[in-house]
Design a protein around this ligand. Structure first.
Ligand code: PLP
Length: 405
């Protein structure tokens, strides 16, 4: 193993477009919920590549599926199809309990799934799209128009017009925006749980209202399940917890357990019929390798009972963190294994840096929020090692009670 991290990072800085900032760590391999860097240091992966590594690292079912598919067929183009493509689409529709006539479009990333959704909304013949403040829908120029953070959007304006951002989880604001759009409302697009926004779940009442209002307005309801989908919250898709069905939803991150993929699902024949042959496409979309990985991921989540496990582990984590009774910890947000530990101070970047040093991968998703999105296969004793380390990671960051005294 070549252990010269500073040299690798220097070469990174000299060769990669500096849109991410230079990472601190060069990872080499992984197994289960652990990854190892080029110096041989081991980390507990509590981020899962941002909710991507559904089955952790080196899972035998995923390795076997990818290996077999790589030697059978890597790519065929959409002039042809393959069994994994058809089977993955059918499996997604079955897990979503989508009615007959529903359909899947495969893309290669989350932002591309959103692009497909935006094109779908254009087929309503209307242009207004309502999205939420705090939302993240991707970085390609269409998706970027829906993404909230002004620092992401503004350097690239003008973006597609007629996108309105309303305060998230605010029923009155949504109602007012729908009324204001009148008969030009094409769609409301929401994350049932905002991921990049800081792991913030919307209330069931809000999601149901979004369903009622879009139905009444003859507009589409689109859920972005790119981060919250694939069992992460303890349901296959987070919207299932609210007992409603959107007109379309997007998937990506966890769908193929680490192989790039994205998907737009259209629910029911009327929505499916809105896009016709020639209106959309992708060279790599539905690629047999990605679809075989997706199929192995979904089958393993199903056969290993990982929905119930995600729910159970999420609750274990939340109650163990709260049981610390730490003055700096305000709450634990989220559902299943999509969680944020919310601090009373803007100290998440410091905590994440200390965690890395101590052998834990976490993410400072917001100044006061530490995001955890570990593989769904994580076990209680692994989570417990992090919870045990947490007081040490928070040490000396100040006691808010003393600050205000
Ligand atoms: C990550 C993410 C995206 C963008 O996905 P990419 O694969 O990075 O393009 C879109 N929406 C949500 C909710 C996400 O979490």
């Amino acid at each position: 193993m070549s252990g010269d991290v500073p040299e690798w990072l220097g070469r990174y800085a000299g060769s990669l477009l500096p849109v991410f900032g230079v990472p601190q760590t060069v990872l080499s391999h992984g197994q289960g919920c652990y990854v190892v860097d080029v110096d041989g240091k081991r980390y507990l992966d509590l981020l899962g590549g941002i909710a991507v590594n559904t089955l952790g690292h080196g899972h035998p079912a995923l390795v076997e599926a990818v290996t077999k598919q790589a030697s059978a067929l890597l790519h065929v183009s959409n002039f042809f199809t393959s069994e994994p493509q058809i089977e993955l689409a059918e499996t997604i529709l079955r897990l979503a309990q989508a009615p007959v006539g529903s359909a899947v479009f495969f893309a290669n990333s989350g932002t591309e799934a959103i692009e497909a959704a935006i094109k779908l909304t254009r087929r309503t013949g209307r242009s207004r799209i309502i999205a939420a403040q705090g939302s993240f829908h991707g970085r390609s120029t269409g998706a970027l128009a829906l993404t909230w953070k002004p620092a992401y959007r503004e350097p690239f304006e003008p973006l597609i017009p007629d996108v309105v951002h309303v305060p998230y989880d605010d029923e009155e604001a949504l109602q007012a925006a729908v009324t204001d759009a009148a008969d030009n409302l094409a769609a409301v697009i929401l994350e049932p749980i905002q991921g990049e926004g800081g792991v913030i779940p919307a209330s069931t009442a809000y999601l149901r209202l979004a369903r009622e209002l879009t139905t009444a307005a003859g507009a589409l309801l689109v859920f972005d399940e790119i981060q919250s989908g694939i069992g992460r919250t303890g349901d296959w898709f987070a919207f299932q917890d609210a007992g409603i069905v959107p007109d379309a939803f997007t998937l990506a991150k966890g769908l193929a357990g680490g192989v790039p993929i994205g998907a737009l699902v259209t629910v029911g024949p009327a929505v499916t019929a809105m896009l016709t042959p020639g209106q959309h496409g992708s060279t790599f979309g539905g690629n047999p390798l990605a679809c075989a990985a997706g199929l192995a991921t979904l089958r393993t989540v199903e056969s290993d009972g990982l929905l119930a496990h995600a729910r159970e582990m999420g609750e274990h984590l939340a109650s163990a963190v709260l049981a610390l009774n730490h003055p700096l910890i305000e709450q634990v947000r989220g559902r299943g294994l999509l969680r944020a530990i919310v601090l009373r101070k803007e100290a998440s970047a410091t905590v994440a840096a200390r965690a890395l040093e101590a052998g834990f991968l976490v993410n400072a998703v917001a100044p006061q929020a530490i995001r955890l999105a570990p593989p769904l296969v994580i076990e209680a004793h692994e989570l417990d090692t992090f919870v045990a380390a947490l007081p040490g990671l928070l040490e000396g960051l100040g006691d808010p009670a003393e600050d205000s005294a």
